[in-house]
Design a binder for this molecule. Structure first.
Ligand SMILES: NC(=O)c1ccc[n+]([C@@H]2O[C@H](COP(=O)([O-])OP(=O)(O)OC[C@H]3O[C@@H](n4cnc5c(N)ncnc54)[C@H](O)[C@@H]3O)[C@@H](O)[C@H]2O)c1
Length: 322
């Protein structure tokens, strides 16, 4: 089994590669190689099989051609620029999030090998004046360019699958929290940093109120679901390759309480409350009453509690110096 992770230098891509390296198998078959491809040279990982790290820009068809080969069995297409970045730079968002996706799919079509393609969509495809609750069959009505680009990616995944060019599947990822590393340019970045930084003994700013509700999943569960997602049979997916990945809705207050339950009362004291209108404008347009019935029936799952998300961060990602 030869696996390519595009966006393999990113948070989800690295964790996915590490998890696959530990298990050594996908869908009951031994993994022979993982290629990590990213616009920024991706760090390698420890594995009992071959790991190749490549620079690849999905916005450039020639670069994509050098990365996807006839023997690539499974492609995780995780490369993207995130919400606030794509909102600030419309052209770059279109070039990477939409045309980059198209370039990857076109390369698959040219190869005629019908690889499994797992596409990371987002709950940012929901929004506007649509009734709650939301889920697999909700009409996409994104309120950001990033959400629009992801929604167009979903349609491409469906159509390239229908035509038999790929065996695609697209999952609308909940917001990942607690996301390790540094804050990024996603409007949702604070949804991790208000927990991660205090857990690491640093101050963080919360730009929304404690009753702000949102739909979350831990990185550990997200990776588990992406692996199960690649293992689903084409028959179980049928003609609609797009579904909501399971998550759970929590308020900021509940998340902070979970942190206090797991890590004591000190971290919460490091949160500074500072309302930020531009972040609020984006995130208040996002929906949170989301249900993932199809993925759940296919065996994907959410975290049992937000305390789990906090524990996973401490176990998997907290710097040892803390
Ligand atoms: N993290 C979340 O909360 C979340 C929520 C919903 C959807 N998603 C989606 O999941 C995927 C992975 O998210 P993540 O948190 O790991 O993001 P990330 O930003 O950590 O990783 C994305 C990677 O894509 C790479 N990339 C950007 N432009 C590229 C290009 N032109 N060619 C090749 N690589 C390029 C980046 O260098 C980065 O390493 C993304 O598609 C994202 O849109 C994430």
């Amino acid at each position: 089994m030869n696996i390519l992770i595009i966006g393999g230098g990113g948070v989800v891509g690295q964790k996915l590669a590490q998890t696959l390296a530990k298990s050594g198998t996908l869908n009951g078959k031994a993994i022979s190689k993982i290629t990590l491809a990213d616009i920024n040279n991706p760090p390698s990982i420890e594995a009992p099989f071959d790991i190749e790290c490549q620079v690849c820009d999905i916005a450039d068809p020639a670069s994509v051609q050098k990365t996807i080969h006839k023997d690539t069995d499974v492609i995780y297409l995780l490369a993207a620029i995130v919400s606030a970045h794509a909102e600030e730079d419309f052209e770059l968002g279109m070039n990477i999030n939409l045309f980059g996706t198209y370039n990857v799919l076109e390369r698959c079509r040219a190869l005629r090998t019908k690889p499994v393609v797992v596409f990371s969509s987002s709950i940012a495809i929901y929004g506007g004046e649509i009734p709650d609750p939301l889920g697999d069959h909700t009409y996409p009505n994104p309120q950001t360019s990033y959400g629009g680009q992801k929604a167009m990616g979903e349609i491409l995944i469906n159509d390239y699958s229908r035509k038999g060019f790929i065996d695609g599947r697209a999952f609308r990822l909940p917001t990942i929290s607690v996301r390790p590393g540094k804050p990024n340019r996603a409007a949702s970045s604070f949804m991790s940093s208000i927990l991660r930084e205090p857990l690491n003994g640093q101050e963080a700013i919360c730009p929304v109120d404690p009753d702000f509700l949102h739909y979350y999943l831990s990185p550990r569960k997200c990776v588990e679901n992406l692996i199960k997602g690649a293992e689903l049979t084409a028959e179980s997916l049928g003609m609609n390759r797009v579904m909501q990945m399971p998550g759970r809705t929590w308020s900021i207050g509940q998340m902070i309480d979970a942190m206090t339950t797991v890590a004591g009362s000190e971290p919460a004291k490091l949160i500074k409350w500072d309302s930020q209108p531009e972040i609020k404008r984006i995130v208040l347009g996002w929906k949170f009453d989301i249900h993932a019935e199809r993925a759940t029936s296919l065996g994907l799952s959410a975290d049992a509690s937000f305390e789990d998300n906090i524990r996973y961060y401490i176990e998997d990602d907290q710097p040892t110096s803390v």
